[in-house]
Design a protein. Sequence first.
Length: 269
Amino acid sequence: MENVIITILGSGTCVPSLQRSSPSVIIETRSAKVLFDLGAGTIRRLLEAGITIFDVTHILLTHFHPDHTAELVPFIFSTKYPGTYRQRTPFIIGGSRGIKDFYNGLRNVYGQWIELDHDLIRFIEFDTVSADRCHDDGFDIVTLPLKHIASSVGFRIETDDGLRIVYTGDTDVCDNVVALAEDADILICEAALPDRLKVDGHLTPSHAGDIASTARVKTLILTHFYPECDDVDMEAQCRKTYTGPLVLARDLMQFELNRAGMRLLRQGL
């Protein structure tokens, strides 16, 4: 029976915070360490979780906003250090169509400092119009375009052992986010602002709860909290629409998932 480890590296936003780094989650399967987004603070949180940049096998970006991509350059640059470069094994950077152009734009700015040997880095571009899927060693990566910006996609990991973990990144209410989350063991879903402060392109707790209920999600983890969320009862707002297991994410919170269920390994900050 496979055990998958899920660690919340960043539960915050673009707003600097000692408690909440910008969005990032890492999922450790039997064969891979899959990093979703890497906003500011991600690399430090990886180290605090006992993971180095050389352990990461996949970087999957939900979209190209700075709070979700800010440490891509430091991540790649760190591997260029001569003392550690030989430790770097091949890894994948995945995102919506345009991920290669995004990287090339960064390379135009930073030049050789973020250029790696071609056999070390591979890009995967996912469709921004319809569902997409690719198979890796022991799991599938499934994507659907979501309602935030044109490049936004959400990710679903389906292991060969039948586990299903969904990470939305940023999104508004849409049919695709429900489809992506359908029957998921864990839905890691943004709830950026309280219900009364709803803005276009983001969810609130009650919206996230409604998505989880409609999709028959087993456990809902809310994340991507702006400071305004600290002043309200986010759990109570989510409970208007969702009655299942619910977690409010904290940085360095860690879970273990297998076919027997999910258990908390670390409380986080």
